[in-house]
Write a protein that binds this ligand. Structure first.
Ligand SMILES: [Zn+2]
Length: 269
């Protein structure tokens, strides 16, 4: 379903960009709806369609807005240094954006980068073994997972400059994967669309919740956990693309937008 407003409402924005704005605003609202936001911090970013590959522009939240306040039109457009490329009164969160900028520049195949600091995501990120093959959600995530060691909060002594040096290490660690567990920090997913990044996060986050619940019950009842057989995991890896593309992207995302529309279609404005 596409509820693109009339040309007057969109101003100079192309139809392709407006569609990405609607999807990205929806993604912010969904992250808030599921309780995976972190006050006004964190970002979900999307590459602006048709922007030049060597100097692309990105859409991101204005710093200070809650995720449930994000709309298609209040997203701001920034360059890779997090500088707004259009006149805006809104603030960009430069240090927070550096992770996104580095990944967008290192992974031109990716349209959307999403990171969260959920309690269960951070809890798993601090475990030496990381995500364990304990659930169906976990083995789907494990088919495309990477880890990045914690390097501190990305600000310098003055508190304003991103730790740009970490960028290449992030890109190297992510490699071609879609899921990144940032140790002692949180979860990050990427996707060739906003929908794909959200659905990857939905799965990864669920996998972390399940792991923490299983481990809590295990220590309470002193029972050992059953690890999924490695042959089953290999089979999932071989068939994963089909599952994600057909079932999740084409069916789940439009359903999520309908869910949001029933709650508050204001994200489309
Ligand atoms: Zn973060």
């Amino acid at each position: 379903m596409t509820a693109i407003p009339g040309d007057d409402d969109r101003g100079e924005i192309s139809a392709a960009e407006w569609q990405v704005r609607v999807d990205l605003a929806a993604c912010y609202r969904l992250i808030a709806l599921y309780g995976w936001d972190d006050l006004v911090f964190n970002h979900i970013s999307a590459r602006v369609p048709d922007s030049p590959e060597e100097a692309p522009h990105f859409l991101v939240n204005a710093y200070g807005l809650m995720f449930d306040e994000i709309t298609a039109s209040n997203l701001i457009k920034v360059d890779q240094q997090s500088m707004p490329v259009e006149e805006t009164l809104a603030l960009a969160n430069g240090p927070g954006f550096f992770i996104h900028s580095a990944i967008h520049m290192g992974r031109p195949d990716v349209q959307c980068v999403l990171d969260v600091h959920t309690t269960d995501g951070v809890a798993v990120s601090g475990q030496r073994e990381g995500l364990l093959p304990l659930s169906q959600q976990a083995i789907i995530a494990l088919a495309s997972i990477a880890y990045h060691d914690y390097e501190g909060i990305p600000i310098d002594d003055a508190g304003i400059t991103a730790n740009i040096a970490e960028g290449p290490r992030l890109v190297r660690d992510l490699g071609n994967c879609n899921n990144l567990i940032m140790r002692n920090h949180g979860l990050l997913t990427v996707g060739q669309s906003v929908a794909a990044a959200f659905l990857a996060m939905f799965n990864l986050q669920r996998a972390c919740e399940i792991q923490i619940k299983m481990q809590s019950a295990q220590s309470a009842q002193s029972q050992s956990l059953r690890i999924i057989d490695s042959r089953i995991i290999e089979n999932v890896v071989a068939n994963l693309d089909k599952v994600i593309e057909s079932v999740a992207g084409q069916i789940a995302w439009p359903a999520l937008l309908r869910k949001l529309d029933r709650i508050d279609p204001g994200y489309r404005k």
